[in-house]
Write a protein that binds this ligand. Sequence first.
Ligand code: NAD
Length: 387
Amino acid sequence: MTSTTATTPEATFQLDPAFNFGDDFGPEKIVYIYEPRCGLRGIVVIDNSSIGPAIGGIRMTPTVNTQEVFRLARAMTWKNALAGIPHGGGKSGIIADPRTLTPERKETLIRQFARGIEALNQYIPGPDMGTDETAMAWVRDEIRRSVGLSSVLGGIPLDQVGATGFGLAVCAEVAQHFAGINLQGAKVSIQGFGNVGRHAASYLSHPKRGAVVVAATDLPGTVYNPDGLDVEKLVSLVKAGRPITEYNEKGTKILPRDEFVKIPVDIFVPAAQADVITEANAPLLNCKLMLQGANIPCTDVAEKILHERGVICVPDFVANAGGVICGSVEYHGGTKSTAFQEIEEKLKENTSAVLEHARRTKATPRAAALDLAKERVREAMSYRRAN
Ligand code: NAD
């Protein structure tokens, strides 16, 4: 096993020399893991561990590269700092296509990768695109260090319990006051009815909050009923593997997928992919509050357009932090109920701090959140030994 810092065969890892990595915050380490016998090529970036050991997922895709891992690691630095968990930001990548690997080969690569990062104890891996709780179980078996485990290994399966969706609902409780809406009776549209979207729908429409989910979009199309969808029925349908468009309760319209932007709602929750709201459709989006469940669902320009139109966008690294808070609680031996308590407490505090700061400075909530996260990381850095 070879593991080197910042130098690597270029053809293997394709480090772009023009990419400027270093700034006041990091990265602290870029490590390449190369094992020619089994074809493992892995990248680890520990961006900043001043607050604590970095938590961040292992992404397995054929195209993952150093720049991408660095950007994701930096995003984790801000997300973890803002979430108020005792962890810094890091991320890693394995260059391989999980869709074409045999299960045996995937296991070999993950186990080799885990052995490669054994000594990097400032990095705690979790699941990301292409890896899951089984992969985390292999990592733990090798090096006793990972989050996102199944409950049999003491984990809190965050997609089953809906940690991120719950966090979005908590975020809505606070953000309603800044967006001038009343959560009881607020109309909600959700794009992406997967793990995050489904749970967000259930928690938002819980009688305690009383929001009304009027539209849900997934790959086959958009289902819309201005009087409200039956969330329980919709969740059961999708969980049974049926297309969302088979939902046929009275009064429901089935619309083309991208029609969701025009539906008038109070709250829009993107929970599918990156960059779904762009310069082209941001002027059409008909909502007062956007809770970003997905990572970077809006381009920068689209977010500015929405800000100028008075739409409050609670940015991804504030709104979707429920998952990482859950991972942190799991790592420290906590239970599901502790995780939910922490998500509630931290998301309330952070959403309020970010939106207050944005209101005071007239900045976008994203800029305000970044200010607060940087402040926390800088303070943590000030306690570190300088030499
Ligand atoms: P998922 O795969 O379970 O769900 C995504 C859903 O979006 C799927 O049902 C998919 O069919 C649908 N989708 C994909 N493209 C679409 C499109 N163009 N239009 C409409 N629907 C589309 O994934 P997830 O775990 O729910 O994650 C969703 C997003 O949230 C991702 O961006 C992820 O990075 C982010 N996120 C997830 C978590 C978590 O706890 N799972 C935490 C933080 C952020």
